[in-house]
Design a protein around this ligand. Structure first.
Ligand SMILES: Nc1ncnc2c1ncn2[C@@H]1O[C@H](COP(=O)(O)OP(=O)(O)OP(=O)(O)O)[C@@H](O)[C@H]1O
Ligand SMILES: [Mg+2]
Length: 221
């Protein structure tokens, strides 16, 4: 059977917050603190492209509402829906519809720097009404550009850096995938393939690109 990248991604990508690994102690303390109730403010994840912000937001949302339904989590990509209408629609949802047994909803605002100034102002208003998880809404924002988030919105959030990942962060995952699929490799070649340049940085997105190259080469006659 042909192995496809999407099948590998759905097989190996972290499914639960417990599968999410990082060497950054602060990140671990904060993300595991939300399900425990230690942290309650809206969360703003800031980091470079491919560092895993969107994925972390989804894993955290799923952890905070066990047994959630599609009504419990609202995912918005501000790059696609940047206007104030988006925030008005979220506001209507959180005010109108009954909540689940946890009395909680999660609103993920991905690429939040793309909201228009009017949308950002409306978001500030909505966050003022729902300033913490115990008020019934958990906002998780992600951005590559902290300067694109208005000061009043930023001030209402706990700002967590999701640092750029390195070859050492992604190498174990690459090995897990290749070992799991019985695909042979030389660890030093894999390390070189994952290193874009001399900085030592490498994203999980790059890692999937390298894996795709390896499986494509293997399937060639
Ligand atoms: N800890 C991890 N383990 C395995 N795969 C990961 C991990 N973190 C991220 N990934 C994978 O890396 C890819 C990039 O992650 P993601 O889209 O969350 O990054 P991002 O920071 O939101 O990037 P962008 O700024 O471009 O939106 C995804 O395929 C994701 O599933
Ligand atoms: Mg993202």
């Amino acid at each position: 059977m042909t192995i496809t990248l999407s099948s590998l991604m759905s097989k190996y990508e972290p499914k639960k917050l417990a599968d999410y690994t990082t060497f950054n102690l602060k990140t671990m303390t904060v993300i595991h603190g939300y399900p425990r109730g230690t942290f309650t403010r809206p969360l703003l994840l800031v980091g470079p492209a491919g560092s895993g912000k969107t994925q972390l937001a989804k894993l955290l949302a799923a952890e905070i509402i066990p047994g959630m339904t599609s009504y419990d989590i609202r995912f918005v990509d501000a790059a696609e829906d940047p206007s104030v209408k988006t925030i008005k629609s979220i506001s209507q949802t959180v005010h109108t519809y009954a909540r689940n047994s946890q009395n909680l909803r999660v609103v993920i605002l991905d690429e939040a720097h793309d909201f228009t100034p009017q949308a950002m102002a409306a978001l500030k208003g909505l966050m003022t009404k729902f300033p913490s998880v115990d008020k019934g809404v958990f906002f998780i924002l992600t951005t590559n550009h902290l300067s694109g988030i208005s000061n009043p919105v930023r001030d209402r959030c706990l700002v967590l850096d999701v640092p750029a990942t390195t070859v050492d962060d992604v190498l174990p995952m690459a090995c897990r995938v290749l070992d799991g699929e019985g695909i042979p490799y030389a660890i030093e070649d894999l390390r070189i393939a994952l290193s874009k340049d001399s900085s030592g940085l490498a994203t999980f997105r790059d890692m999937w690109g390298v894996i795709e190259d390896i499986i494509t080469r293997r399937s060639m006659p």
